[in-house]
Design a protein around this ligand. Structure first.
Ligand SMILES: Cc1cc2nc3c(=O)[nH]c(=O)nc-3n(C[C@H](O)[C@H](O)[C@H](O)COP(=O)(O)OP(=O)(O)OC[C@H]3O[C@@H](n4cnc5c(N)ncnc54)[C@H](O)[C@@H]3O)c2cc1C
Length: 398
C-alpha cells in the first residue's frame, strides 16, 4: 500500500481520458484514495502494440510510491540495464563502454516492452473502470462538475476531468487552443522481437551510431530485445503500409553491421512503429478550474532523453499527493501545476540538448543553449553529472 490517503471530500468521481501510462497510473493512485475513477479511451481493444521503453530511477521511484507492487512486477518482467555500449555502425567496433550504477539512485534503470507496462498497470484496475471505444470530442465545465461528450453519442458527468490523452490531446486543444507539436526534423522507428546475439548481451543497451542516425538495441528481458532508429529527415513523410515501413528501415541501415540488419530482418513488419518526432510543447498552464493535464498531453518532449514516461509517473505521484493533501481542489491543482511545469520545462530543454549531443558527444550544454535559445532555465544548462543527479535523484515532494 502507498501512503496516499483520502483526506479530501471534494472529489467523488473522476474522468480520465486515455489508457496510456499516464491515465492508468493516475487511475490506480486515485482509486487508492477511494475516488470513483472512469478511464475512457478511443481504442476498441487493448492490443499488444508498441516496442520497448526505458524506465529510469526517477520514474520507478514515483511508481513505487504510488503502488510498490507495480514497481516489483516491472522489475521481475523487464530487464535491469547495467551496461551501455556504443559501437561503430559498420564494423561494430566498441567506442564507449559505460557501467550504469542504478543503485546510486536507489532504483535501477530498466527496459521493458511497452505492452507489458500497460498490462501490469491495467491488471491493477477492475474491468468496470474502463470504457473503450469512447473518443472524447468535447467537454463543458461549470463550478460543480465537468460533462464529457464522446463520439459514440454517450456523455458522462464527473467532478474532475484529467486529460491523459497523449501528444494530440483533445483536452489540451479545448483548454488552450494549442495545436499538436510541430515536426522537429527527426523520424523514429521502433520494434521488438525475440533474439539473442553475443553483441547484444542481457542487461545491456547497445548503440550503433553514424552521423545523424542512431540505432539503439535494449535487452527487454525474457529473451526479447527492443530497437529504435532515430534519424534526421527533412520531411515527416509516413509510409503507406507495414511492408513499406520495413523497407525504409532496411534501406536506411543498408551496409550497417550484420547484426543490425539481422535484427530488422527478423522483426515482423506489422509491429514496427513509425513516428515523426515533434518539437517539445512547453505550456505556461496545464489546467483550468476542474480540468487538468498529465503526461504527454501536458509536456510532450520527444524521445532523446528517455523521459516521456518517467516524468509522466512523476506527474501522477505529485497530482495524487496534492489531491490527497490539500483540502481544496483549486489549491491542489495550483500546487501540482506550478511544481510540475518548473521541473518538466527543464527536462524538455535538456531533451533538445540530448538530440544535439548525438552529433557531437563533446558539446557542452552552455554552448548549445547560448547559441540557439533565449531564457533557458539555468538547471537545464548544468554539467552532465550534476544534471543526472538532479534528474534521477528526483526527491518526491510530500
Ligand atoms: C500505442 C502506443 C504505443 C507506444 N509505444 C511506445 C514505445 O514502444 N516506446 C516508447 O518509448 N513510447 C511508446 N509510446 C509513448 C509513451 O507511452 C508515452 O509517450 C508516454 O508514456 C506518455 O504516456 P501518456 O499516457 O501521456 O500518453 P499515451 O501513451 O500516448 O496515451 C494516450 C492515450 O489516450 C488515448 N486517446 C487519445 N486521444 C483520445 C480521445 N480523444 N479520446 C479518448 N482517448 C484518447 C490514446 O488512445 C492512448 O491510449 C506509445 C504510445 C502509444 C499510444
Amino acid at each position: 500500500m502507498s501512503n496516499l490517503k483520502n483526506s479530501q471530500t471534494y472529489l467523488k468521481k473522476v474522468g480520465i481520458i486515455g489508457a496510456g501510462p499516464a491515465g492508468l497510473a493516475t487511475a490506480i493512485a486515485l482509486k487508492q484514495q477511494g475516488i470513483e475513477v472512469h478511464i475512457y479511451d478511443r481504442a476498441r481493444a487493448f492490443r499488444p502494440i508498441g516496442a520497448g521503453l526505458t524506465l529510469s530511477p526517477n520514474g520507478l521511484r514515483s511508481l513505487a510510491a504510488i503502488a510498490p507492487d507495480i514497481a516489483r512486477q516491472l522489475k521481475l518482467q523487464g530487464s535491469q540495464i547495467k551496461r551501455f555500449k556504443v559501437r561503430t555502425s559498420k564494423r561494430g567496433w566498441p567506442i564507449i563502454t559505460q557501467r550504469i550504477f542504478g543503485d546510486k539512485y536507489d532504483q535501477p534503470f530498466m527496459a521493458i516492452r511497452w505492452f507489458h507496462l500497460q498490462e501490469i498497470l491495467r491488471s491493477q484496475l477492475p474491468p468496470d473502470n474502463f470504457h473503450l471505444d469512447h473518443r472524447l470530442i468535447a467537454f463543458e465545465q461549470n463550478h460543480q462538475s465537468v460533462t464529457l461528450c464522446f463520439e459514440n453519442n454517450k456523455a458522462a458527468t464527473v467532478d474532475l476531468l484529467i486529460g491523459a490523452d497523449g501528444i494530440r490531446s483533445v483536452v489540451r486543444k479545448q483548454l488552450f487552443g494549442v495545436e499538436n507539436p510541430t515536426y522537429s526534423g527527426w523520424m523514429t522507428w521502433r520494434g521488438v522481437l525475440k533474439y539473442q546475439h553475443r553483441l547484444l548481451p542481457p542487461h545491456q543497451a547497445t548503440v550503433f551510431a553514424n552521423k545523424g542516425k542512431i540505432f539503439l538495441v535494449m535487452d527487454n528481458g525474457d529473451g526479447y530485445i527492443s530497437w529504435s532508429l532515430e534519424m534526421l529527415s527533412e520531411t515527416s513523410h509516413r509510409s503507406q503500409n507495414a511492408q513499406e515501413v520495413k523497407e525504409r528501415v532496411i534501406q536506411e541501415l543498408a551496409k550497417w553491421h550484420p547484426v543490425v540488419q539481422k535484427v530488422i530482418d527478423l522483426t515482423d513488419a506489422d509491429i514496427i512503429v513509425e513516428r515523426p518526432v515533434g518539437k517539445p510543447l512547453i505550456l505556461p498552464k496545464w489546467g483550468d478550474n476542474r480540468v487538468i493535464l498529465v503526461g504527454d498531453a501536458a509536456h510532450y518532449m520527444g524521445p532523446h532523453l528517455g523521459q516521456g514516461t518517467n516524468t509522466t509517473f512523476e506527474d501522477v505521484w505529485e497530482l495524487s499527493a496534492c489531491l490527497s493533501n490539500y483540502g481544496d481542489l483549486g489549491e491542489a491543482l495550483e500546487y501540482y501545476e506550478k511544481s510540475r511545469i518548473e521541473r518538466t520545462t527543464i527536462v524538455q530543454y535538456r531533451t533538445l540538448f540530448s538530440a544535439a549531443q548525438m552529433f557531437n558527444p563533446f558539446l557542452s550544454p552552455k554552448r548549445f543553449f547560448n547559441k540557439s535559445f533565449a531564457a533557458v532555465p539555468e538547471q537545464a544548462q548544468i554539467g552532465q553529472k550534476a544534471f543526472s543527479d538532479w534528474l534521477y535523484g528526483y526527491n518526491l515532494p510530500f
